[in-house]
Ligand binder design. Structure first.
Ligand code: ACO
Length: 445
């Protein structure tokens, strides 16, 4: 077979363009192609030129679950899973958790830079003055069953907001976009707290403007009589929101971008993102950690549990351990573990903590976990803190959604402004029947 260099190579730049290429030989034709490499990627569309003949559609990649496909260029969040690094706009997560607050981090994620004093004051004031929801939302809430899951209620009420703000559909107008971003970040704690109060049969508590973002959420959740927000718990809630604010192209963020790519309003896209987060593989793992710790019951049962994990061939898992991206200690888990002591000083020590600490100690020195690079992830300790703060387990993914709203919106905005983006529309490998004639029902076997 003769070897020739085909069309992609003809694009090889002579000047300042990409200088690195991937050479591919198509064994079907013997042709050699050179695909430009840029930012460690080759363009999937460049493969389309690799054909066996004029009738051939061209080569595609097959990548279920997007295990190795970059769907966008982003400047928001950087993760190095091997080194356990997480940064928002370049700032390490531990520095933000220690020195910043959630609203400042939300501003950073959305705008690319930390705000100065005046910018922060204006932003915090704007968010604080958009926390109320239309009274009709309460009627909508009243329609849910007494035991409705708060995530189901959140999906519905966030989606319903689009009917209150019909101008939100003008997604290419920056001023309109900004108004909806403010509304969504401001209102999600109110919707979340209302959903909880509905499930408890408690009257709704309205936002209070002299409280912080986290403090206001806690009072809307728990206020009965003379409730006062504890500053340690307020700080812990704020840090938990920061830790969950963004995590680049995860399942719910991809849902937000995918739905948003149809140019629907951001309320509808965010409702879809909350729906994605509702799934047990995404927002529900910390609940599974608590269940596991309760089932283990006492420290002396840990060795037996670890043995079952190792011998089950992956069926029994140490929940809160392992991560698709992190092959090192999840930096968020480190921060949460440190914070747990401060929280338990206020709430009393969660008895499950001792089991968790011992479980971590044993697992991190066990060859099975070491070899597979299984370390605690963000969910290993967060459930213990939420439980100590008196959140019911159904609310855990809701807390995640409140923090993640700023990340979803930043990613949505980046997608809307990205000239490379179009409506998301993956290809498929069709393996079904070829053409066949319709058979009338009476003639079918
Ligand atoms: N306990 C015991 N063994 C595990 C665990 C675990 N938690 N996680 C992975 N393994 C083992 C697997 O059995 C497999 O072993 P093998 O090589 O002998 O077959 C190996 O480690 C690789 O596991 P995969 O499932 O292929 O890794 P993947 O990257 O697909 O999974 C996941 C990541 C889903 C998070 C996994 O580690 C897991 O199930 N962890 C427990 C659930 C959990 O904590 N989820 C929360 C993630 S954080 C978040 O979503 C916010």
């Amino acid at each position: 077979m003769s070897t020739q260099t085909a069309s992609v190579a003809e694009k090889k730049p002579t000047g300042g363009g990409p200088r690195e290429f991937l050479s591919i030989t198509d064994s079907r034709t013997g042709k050699v192609y050179e695909l430009p490499i840029e930012n460690g990627t080759v363009k999937a569309l460049d493969l389309r030129q690799i054909k066996t003949g004029p009738e051939d559609f061209g080569l595609m990649t097959y990548d279920p679950a997007f295990m190795n496909t970059a769907s966008c260029k982003s400047r928001i969040t950087f993760i190095d899973g091997d080194k356990g690094i997480l940064r928002y706009r370049g700032y390490p997560i531990d520095q933000l958790a220690e020195h910043s607050n959630y609203l400042e981090v939300a501003y950073l994620i959305l705008n690319g830079e930390l705000p100065n004093l005046a910018q922060y004051a204006a932003w915090a004031d704007e968010i604080t003055h958009h926390t109320m929801v239309h009274e009709n939302i309460k009627d909508l809430m009243a329609g849910f069953r007494y035991d409705a899951h708060p995530m189901g209620m959140l999906v519905s009420t966030i989606g319903a907001l689009s009917t209150f703000y019909p101008e939100a559909k003008h997604v290419h107008d920056p001023a309109v976009r900004r108004d909806q971003i403010v509304r969504l970040i401001a209102k999600i704690p109110t919707l979340a707290a209302f959903a909880y109060r509905h499930s408890q049969g408690l009257p709704y508590v309205y936002p209070e403007n002299d409280l912080s973002y986290a403090g206001n959420f806690l009072q809307m959740m728990f206020k009965i009589g003379n409730y006062k927000v504890d500053p340690v718990l307020e700080q812990a809630m704020d840090v938990l929101f920061i830790l969950h604010a963004d995590h680049e192209q995860n399942c719910s963020t991809s849902a937000m971008r995918g739905i948003g790519s149809s140019e629907v309003d951001p309320y509808s896209a965010a409702a879809g993102a909350v729906g994605a987060l509702y799934g047990p593989l995404h927002g529900g793992a910390n609940e599974a950690v608590l269940r596991m710790l309760r089932e283990i019951g006492s420290k002396d049962k840990i060795p037996q549990f670890i043995k079952e994990c190792k011998e089950s061939g992956g069926d029994v898992r140490l929940m809160g351990f392992g991560h698709r991206v992190y092959k090192n200690y999840d930096p968020r888990a480190k921060i949460i573990k440190k914070m747990a002591d401060q929280v338990f000083e206020v709430t009393g020590r969660n008895p499950l903590l001792d089991i968790a600490l011992e479980l971590e100690r044993i697992a991190l020195s066990d060859e099975y976990f070491v070899k597979r690079k299984l370390y605690p992830n963000v969910d290993f300790y967060s459930g213990l803190i939420y439980q100590a703060m008196k959140f019911p387990v159904d609310m855990y993914p809701v807390l995640f959604a409140i923090g993640r709203m700023s990340g979803w919106l930043a990613q949505w905005q980046e997608m809307i402004q990205d000239k490379d983006q179009k409506i998301a529309r993956p290809r498929q490998v069709y393996l079904g029947e070829g053409e066949r004639p319709f058979v009338p029902m009476t003639s079918r076997k």
